[in-house]
Structures are given as C-alpha cells and as structure tokens.
Design a protein around this ligand. Structure first.
Ligand code: FE
Ligand code: FE
Ligand code: ZN
Length: 292
C-alpha cells in the first residue's frame, strides 16, 4: 500500500523524503514552494539527486506534487488566467525534473461567471498547457464545492476531461473530505460512490486519494479537514464526521489497490502532527481510535 502524507519541501527533496520516512510512510506529497504563492526556487536548488538516493535507501519509491491553489484556470480575468497557464506550465516542468509523475491541481473557481463558463475555461487552459512529450499527469482534484469551485461533482470533472485533447495526460485525485463535504455518501455507501465514479469516468482515472476526515457533516461544502478518529453519537469528541473505520476501509479497498493515499490531516499546533500515528493505524490489522 502506498501511504504517506503531505510533507515540507523547505529543505529540498531530501528533507521532504526524510520527513516522510520519519512518519513511517512509503510515499509523500509536496508543494514545490509555498502553496499560496508562485515564488519557486530554481530546480538545481531542490536537492533532487540527493533526495532520490535517500528515497532508494529508505523504501520510498515515488511521490506526488500538488500545484499551488492560487492557480485558477477558471478565471475570466486575463491576468489571472495567463498566470495560471504559465505557472502550471512551469510546475509541470518542475514536477518532471523532480522525477514525479503526478501533479494534483484544483480545477478552479468561476467567481462571477457560471459553471459552464468555468468548465470551458479550465479545459481551454489545460489544452494550452498539456504537451504530448510530457510524462507528468495532471490530476484534477474533487472539490468540496465551497464558493464557485468547479469539480465538486464527478459530472463537472467529466465535462472538463471530455474537452481535454490529450486524455492520457489527465486524471483525478479523489479527496475524502471534499467528496463528503460535496454531498457524496462515502461514510455508509462508499462502494456506491465508487460505482458512480466508475460509470462516469472509470476508476482507473483515480491516481491519487487524499485521506482526510471532515469537521463537517456530509454536504456541508466547507472543506475543513479533520484528523482521523472514531466518530461518536454526536460527532462531538473527535469532530471527524467520516471516522477511522471508513477511512481504514477506503485505504484497504481492493478496488483502489496501487493508488497513492496521502494524508492532509491538520497539524495540532505548529510542531505536532498525527501523520505517524495515523499511518500506523491505517497499516495495522484493524481500525482503532487514535488517542490524543
Ligand atoms: Fe488539494
Ligand atoms: Fe486534498
Ligand atoms: Zn481540502
């Protein structure tokens, strides 16, 4: 099972790999710089060779990159759209140079326009960016549906992908918190949700899953990730509405074998995260509650 978490790239790829290893992970996900801006170090400073040497020695064979969320391919404003296109082009090159195959991207938000406009604009941008010769596959993330986000319904992702010319360069990242918040019943009918995805897009298209609890009930459209914990009657204590049993069964689901499972659960404070204990629980014989 490929299981890891988001890690920091501030000390280059070798730092990211070391952090992942410290959590007992065998894969990881990173942003090539701050997620909220487009300032990036030159590739030569990312310690790629050193990183791969460390990875090889420590049972980490590959990783996923996440594009910064300020990229908005759905924007009708020329300068925002142009920045999104040019930055995404650079990000694909960086992902490629770093030896990663998958780049996760939030599809975008249509702001003052409408869903149809957003879908068309995103497809237009992707068709400008994607190149025959690239090895990187852009994975559109399933979104929670807050504001004017595109991609909270599988149909929206399908509508974008249908318009993309280079179909072999596009795939999907399935986020458990987001699909739950978007209204999909992943807690008691995960198989049904997978069936629905399979019918529309095909399960092969899912390359990466983000494994998060949710602080809000199904359909809340909030996008607030929770640490993985057992749910109780009122979801009071853990405040995770998805629950460890469900998350455990998702990462062990036979239909999702071989895909990347990446935790993006919150940090308790600036210094503490639960990635190590969450990974340990998900790799154990059966689900249990994580004490904290
Ligand atoms: Fe994301
Ligand atoms: Fe996510
Ligand atoms: Zn999220």
């Amino acid at each position: 099972m490929l299981l890891g978490s988001h890690v920091s790239m501030s000390k280059g790829l070798v730092g990211a790999a070391k952090e992942a290893h410290s959590y007992g992970a065998n894969t990881f996900m990173l942003y090539t710089g701050a997620p909220q801006n487009t300032k990036r170090k030159p590739i030569e400073e990312l310690k790629v060779k050193e990183g791969f040497e460390y990875m090889k020695e420590n049972n980490l064979d590959s990783f996923v990159v996440h594009a910064p969320y300020i990229i908005n391919l759905a924007s009708y404003k020329e300068h925002i759209f142009d920045l999104a296109v040019s930055f995404l082009e650079e990000e694909i090159k960086r992902t490629e140079a770093m030896g990663s195959k998958y780049l996760v991207l939030h599809p975008g938000a249509f702001t003052d326009k409408d869903m149809e406009y957003g879908i068309n604009r995103i497809a237009e941008g992707l068709n400008m960016v994607l190149k025959e010769e690239q090895n990187v596959i852009v994975c559109l993330e399933t979104m929670a549906g807050k504001g004017s986000e595109v991609g909270s319904k599988f149909e929206e992702l399908k509508a974008i992908i249908d318009k993309v010319e280079l179909k072999e360069k596009i795939a999907v990242c399935f986020d458990t918190c987001h699909t739950h918040d978007a209204g999909y019943n992943i807690t008691t009918d995960f198989e049904g949700v997978l069936d629905e995805f399979d019918e529309l897009l095909g399960l092969d298209l899912i390359k990466v899953l983000h494994i998060n609890g949710s602080l809000n009930p199904q359909g809340a459209k909030k996008d607030r990730h929770a640490n993985i914990s057992a749910t109780d009657e009122n979801n009071e204590r853990g405040k995770d509405y998805i629950g460890s049993e469900v998350i455990y069964s998702i990462v062990h689901n036979k239909r999702l074998e071989g895909k990347y499972f990446i935790l993006e659960t919150p940090w308790l404070d600036k210094k503490t995260n639960l990635y190590k204990v969450e990974i340990e629980m998900l790799r154990s014989e059966k689900a249990y509650d994580i004490k904290r």
